[in-house]
Design a protein around this ligand. Structure first.
Ligand code: ADP
Ligand code: ASP
Ligand code: MG
Length: 459
């Protein structure tokens, strides 16, 4: 079987975890499988790199941060037992850190941190971890090498959240990785990072290593894609929010997509798409335990629960666009959403008042300024759109499950469960696929709402 295994930051959080991860990959390889590993930066490193970028911009001293990064990665090499491999890893770490320092100094002197330089700076996290993991595997006796995903994944140049050019990425992944597999190697690919057609380093959005695994899996026609993380698979909700959450053994692609799209951090929102295109099963498993995890397939056998899982998007905002002049004027909504689309703003939910005098939609808080300025450019005078306003700090809660399809009364049961806890609902939307219901509440009510729905439907 050909398996692409992705390991998140906690699975390479220290030397012991690197060893554990290397051993899982090797066990599967020795059982006769072809294994490609995709790896994230060590936990905390992407945030440290972003902090370093911001510090450089402000002219602060970044030497201590670089030192911390060096120590953290050197410590992680503890289980590279062969001296020559240990040396390759340490020299490689030093070379990468010198390169990182140059990029940071550039930011400092220019006094400017563009999205392009930010992507270049955060790319070092995965480049460091993939080097250490491949040398750890090699020191355990299996040929391995690190692969920078910029040779495999091609994107546009929307830095920070670049869009993948699939055909090219699939072709490159297969051309680059298949010969390595034929030679009996375990390639260790950097997650999260890619290159644009113009040759600039790009990233796929926070948590993007899951997506890398799926893109590569589709590119080399893997039999399975494994997302190895720090929990026992996809659970009924985030166990950090609700201690009664438990693992879901099987989900459909559609359910997993809805859940990931609406905030379940365990999967990057776009992870499932490439897998769907090639009908590849995705497993989500704990890298620290033997539990069987969650299997995501095209279709699943019946599950009698109406709602299978609940997710949350935090730090969202509702934007209100209104004006009496909008009534009866065709095309206003189209112009609103075209303006947002042209600026790469992701809209989670939409609602239009029946009077046609207002449209409201939900976006990520970080996009408020960008969306309001895009809308003002589209509607420069106040005769059509008079007011554009927003509420920040809201949560989107989504209940997902294909059992909802045609199950009369689910919404009533759900809203009655949360109203008992005095949760005030700001907006509601039902997915057209009927596998999800989403609603918006203030951030004070978000976790309370999740626990109430969990109790009503899943306990
Ligand atoms: P990794 O570093 O392995 O990519 P992440 O932190 O990105 O791991 O994702 C795993 C985390 O996702 C879990 O620790 C958990 O807190 C969170 N999470 C959110 N929703 C869910 C869910 N429905 N099931 C499991 N984990 C979830
Ligand atoms: N290292 C990146 C992040 O922290 C990507 C990932 O972990 O998947 O967002
Ligand atoms: Mg993740």
């Amino acid at each position: 079987m050909r398996i692409v295994m992705k390991y998140g930051g906690t699975s390479v959080g220290n030397a012991k975890r690197f060893l554990n991860t290397a051993n899982i990959a090797i066990d599967n390889y020795r059982n006769g499988n072809e294994v490609v590993v995709v790896v994230s930066a060590m936990s905390g490193v992407t945030d440290m790199l972003l902090e370093a970028a911001n510090k450089s911009l402000k002219g602060e001293d970044i030497a201590p941060l670089i030192n911390d990064l060096r120590n953290k990665h050197f410590d992680a090499c503890e289980h590279i037992k062969k001296a020559e491999l240990w040396k390759i890893a340490k020299d490689g770490i030093n070379t990468l850190l010198v390169d990182l320092e140059k990029s940071l100094i550039g930011v400092h002197y220019l006094g400017e941190l563009s999205p392009r330089s930010r992507d270049r700076i955060v790319s070092f996290g995965e480049r460091l971890s993939s080097l250490i993991l491949s040398k750890t595997i090699e020191s355990l006796g299996v040929p391995s090498d690190k692969v920078d995903a910029f040779y495999l994944v091609v994107t546009d140049n929307n830095f920070g959240e670049a869009a993948v050019l699939f055909d090219e990425s699939y072709k490159k992944s297969s051309e680059f990785l298949e010969p390595m597999l034929k030679k009996g190697m375990i390639p260790v690919v950097t997650g999260f990072i890619a290159k644009s057609k113009d040759g600039d380093i790009t990233t796929l959005g926070r948590g993007g290593s899951d997506y890398t695994a799926s893109i590569i899996g589709a590119g080399i026609s893997a039999d399975e894609i494994w997302i190895m993380t720090d929990v026992d698979g996809i659970m009924t909700t985030n166990p950090k929010i609700c201690s009664n959450a438990y693992t879901i053994p099987e989900m459909s692609y559609l359910e997993a997509m809805e859940l990931a799209y609406f905030g379940a951090k365990v999967l990057h929102p776009r992870t499932i798409e490439p897998a769907v295109s090639k009908n590849i099963p995705v497993r989500v498993k704990n890298s620290m335990s033997d539990s069987s995890g969650t299997l995501i397939l095209k279709d699943t056998t019946a599950n009698h629960k109406v709602i299978k899982a609940i997710s949350i998007v935090e730090n969202a905002a509702i934007v209100y666009v209104s004006g009496a002049g909008m009534i009866g004027v065709p095309g206003v909504a189209a112009r609103v959403f075209k303006a947002l689309g042209d600026h790469n703003i992701n809209v989670y939910m939409i609602s239009q008042g029946s009077s046609e005098a207002n449209i409201s939609f939900v976006i990520s808080e970080k996009d408020i300024e960008k969306s309001e300025s895009a809308l003002r450019k589209t509607f420069p005078t106040k005769d059509l759109v008079r007011d554009i306003s927003h509420i920040k700090g809201v949560n989107i809660i989504s209940a997902v499950g294909k059992g909802m399809k045609g199950a009369v009364g689910t919404a009533a049961r759900l809203f009655s469960a949360i109203s008992k806890d005095n949760v005030n609902i700001l907006m509601i939307s039902q997915g057209s696929s009927e596998v999800s219901i989403s609603f918006v509440v203030s951030k004070e009510d978000g976790h309370k709402a999740i626990r109430a729905i969990h109790k009503e439907f899943l306990e």
